[in-house]
Design a protein around this ligand. Sequence first.
Ligand code: BYC
Length: 472
Amino acid sequence: MAGVDYGERIPNNVNLSENRRLHRALEEWQPKFLHWWADMGPAGFQTKDVYLRTAISVDSQGWAHFDYLKMPDYRWGIFLAEPEPGRQVYFGAHKGSPAWQEVPGEYRGVLRRLIVTQGDTEPASVEQQRFLGQTCPSLYDLRNLFQVNVEEGRHLWAMVYLLDAYFGRDGREEAEALLKRRSGDPDKPRILGAFNEKTSDWLSFFMFTYFTDRDGKYQLASLAESGFDPLSRTCRFMLTEEAHHMFVGETGVGRIVQRTCELMRAHRTDDVRKLGGIDLPTLQRYLNFHYAVSLDLFGSEISTNAANFYTAGLKGRFEETKKDDDHRLTDGTYQVTTLDGDRIVTREQAALTSLNERLRDDYIADCARGLARWNQIIKRAGIDFELRLPHRGFHRAIGTFAEAKVSPDGRVITQAEWDARHHEWLPTEEDQTFIVSLMQPVTERGKFAGWIAPPPRGINGQPIGFEYVRQV
Ligand code: BYC
């Protein structure tokens, strides 16, 4: 089991103390990170004890240690998954060569760009969630929010390590720039669309951690296949943390659905708003929004960038090593759903340029599994309603569907129909005002806001009423 050295100012399992240049670069970056965290991390609560999980080793078991900690004292650091002896590049033009331990010169720019794009999402999500603590539905949820936040901070460290360790001066400049862009700032926005949207309420937070963190899972899994070994090892370790973020989303939405169903049954009404619950059609509209912006994160259906990343051996497919083909894809094809005038058609396209769409397909299938679980809750309550994933063309800003208006059931519609009906499909101002009105903080031990059911169990075997965030 590879332990993490906490004796160091920057905890790590990469023998940082033996690399003076890198050590210095990271020590220079650390205070800037802490400054950013103080400015843009969770508002308030920085002096409170939070029951947090910290990585103590990097193997798949036993890497998590739970204790009270103040967030600024969280041990952000550099943890890579164990090396796989004899690892090779598994796909693309270099298939069969030893995995690279240094950046291959010809791919330097493109690799740096991938790492920066990934890295940029991490602080962005912390910025988006900055004010949520002030309206938490319970101490349990508050603690989960902060766990997600500190881990996103650590994921930023992971990408900054790669930039500093392998990209010299340009890498250092990019590491600085990661702390300078700001989510939603028109002058210096975050790179990808979804990371400039607001997460101003807990319903949005749970939808974000369900849908957008799941994009993180698929992108990280593709980068974990990379022939650039340090990137692969870094992403493999990040994936272990990502699972908790999606758990927060899935169970968070599931608990809201449960509470809504309880209110509907107890009061024999669909109109749970007057009872302080979130009605199912509103949940569907929030779901539609977060799903659509998350689909955009996969890029265009047909992408030469994606083909180049793959051919270069830098970014693979989801579970690349399990795929039963030549791992070069030069002759393969893939079925891509696309727009043809005002019709939606499926066409056979070159497999290489369709890689974004293939990853999006894997993601869509995964999203559907959680929906099925939420729908089970509704069904068990005897309620006739089904949450649905809207069509992939609905409300898209990236790719072929950005040119059209598509209804959730997958019809290309006129602008006039869109104007008349989009309020049925996306959160309206009135929805948002209502949801924000529900966001009253609940910080009494074991108590939960009225719009969400308590979880079935607590964190790490602790009771639900545990003091997950100490009040004093
Ligand atoms: N917004 O060939 P195309 C996570 C740009 S989430 C704005 O279609 P490509 C997390 C694109 O950059 C995972 N711009 O796309 C979750 C390109 O620009 P240029 C984050 C966009 O390059 C929750 C142009 O459009 N990780 O970890 O194949 C909390 C045409 O590009 C967008 C990654 O994304 C967009 N949505 O793919 C915390 C992995 N989409 O070249 C964390 C690294 C595309 O014309 N990134 N564009 O200037 C990538 O693999 C790729 O950059 C993308 C885009 C998949 C994002």
